[in-house]
Design a protein around this ligand. Structure first.
Ligand SMILES: Nc1ncnc2c1ncn2[C@@H]1O[C@H](COP(=O)(O)OP(=O)(O)OP(=O)(O)O)[C@@H](O)[C@H]1O
Ligand SMILES: [Mg+2]
Length: 362
């Protein structure tokens, strides 16, 4: 059964004294969509989620869930599942009783409670641990209990604030997969807060990148990664090289640019939308868009340098190359690394103009 509800947020605002921490955010989430709020510490993610949950009152704006305006309802009338880091479990209750709590609150009959709790414990892989006290569980098991408690009453919307924050990488990956599977099974709409970009990229249908209480860019993981709306976003999602350049000739969507650090060097890059008139630009290139030129490879742009550092990252190798522009970081697949690029070796780097995005410099 699909039960997700749509969420419409309009002009949501929160101030604390002179500080505007959420600055008129608007956001539409489709039924069953998984959307992440991603941003650095203090960007207003938790505050936004708390307003949707009804735990913080907005100064302005509206929140409509499933067609119903709810921004003035108390949290328990909003029928939302919440998993907050601070939303602690009851430590002296058993797993079963923690998960049963929202159902008892809703006066569900005991026989139904038993069945529903068993079902949901099964879903999160905890059916054997129903009788344990919370204090006798590992961190990952506690996170599963919190998730089970949030979904047991089949809420149409699930709000999660860094639910995996305290866990190690392996357990995070495992629970991410489970959260995604459960969300697909139930068809529930999710707003998920994280400052972990890999987590956001892996889980989300769309990501809203937050900065200073606003949504800086919203889009699918691909869109945001491939077409970052600003150098800030390019640096926040994945790694990027930044080069200060000055505008030369235009050629359609592309422009020729001269490097500030080496005026003898010019390249061709792709102009971002808002770079149409700016003269001082910053060029942004992803490390994996740069190739080490072997025999014959020669893309639109090229520069020579010397390998300064190399790090093994598993499937890829990350190479830092010193050149007249400064340091360029390159990421190559191990399988494709034919050229010798030991530290101290000269290498020639090459990349396409469409992979060099030009933004106005601020
Ligand atoms: N009750 C409060 N009183 C005053 N300021 C607050 C209050 N709650 C949050 N703030 C401020 O609002 C801003 C946004 O906080 P918020 O918790 O929403 O950030 P966040 O994006 O969730 O950050 P983090 O990644 O660190 O959890 C911060 O500058 C914070 O100090
Ligand atoms: Mg937070």
């Amino acid at each position: 059964m699909k039960l997700g509800a749509s969420i419409e947020i309009q002009g949501l605002k929160k101030t604390y004294g002179p500080l505007t921490v959420v600055d008129r955010i608007s956001l539409s989430v489709a039924p069953g969509e998984f959307i992440s709020l991603l941003g650095s510490s203090g960007s207003g993610k938790t505050t936004t989620l708390m307003m949707v949950a009804g735990l913080t009152m907005p100064d302005a704006g509206e929140i409509v869930i499933g067609g119903r305006e709810i921004s003035r309802l108390p949290p328990e009338k909003r029928a939302l599942g919440v998993v907050f880091q601070s939303y602690a479990l009851f430590p002296h209750y058993t797993v079963f009783n923690n998960v049963a709590f929202p159902l008892r609150l809703r006066k569900v009959a005991e026989a139904d409670i038993k069945r529903q709790v068993q079902e949901v414990l099964d879903k999160v892989g905890l059916s054997a641990l129903g009788g344990r006290k919370i204090g006798q569980l590992s961190g990952g098991q506690q996170q599963r209990v919190a998730l089970a408690r949030a979904i047991v009453f089949s809420p149409p919307v699930l709000l999660m604030d860094e639910p995996l924050g305290a866990l190690d990488r392996k357990l995070r990956d495992q629970l991410q997969t489970e959260i995604k599977r459960i969300q697909r099974d139930l068809g529930v709409t999710v707003i998920y807060v994280t400052h972990d970009q890999e987590e956001a990229l892996a889980l989300s249908d769309r990501i809203a990148v937050m900065k200073d209480g606003r949504i800086d860019q919203i889009g699918t993981p691909d869109e945001i990664y491939e077409k970052p709306g600003s150098p800030f976003i390019a640096g926040f999602l994945g790694e990027s090289n930044f080069i200060d350049v000055t505008r030369g000739r235009n050629a359609g969507d592309d422009a020729q640019v001269v490097c500030v650090a080496d005026l003898a060097r010019s390249f061709v890059g792709r102009l971002a939308n808002d770079a149409a008139r700016a003269t001082d630009l910053v060029a942004v290139i992803r490390p994996e868009a740069i190739e080490i030129a072997g025999d014959g490879t020669r893309l639109d742009n090229q520069i020579e340098g010397v390998v300064e550092q190399r790090d093994f990252m598993g499937a890829t190798i990350r190479i830092a190359v010193r050149c007249s522009l400064g340091k360029l970081v390159v990421r190559v697949s191990r399988l494709h690394l034919a050229t010798n690029c030991a530290i101290g070796r000269p290498v020639s780097l090459t990349w396409r103009s469409r992979d060099m995005l030009l933004f106005p410099r601020t």
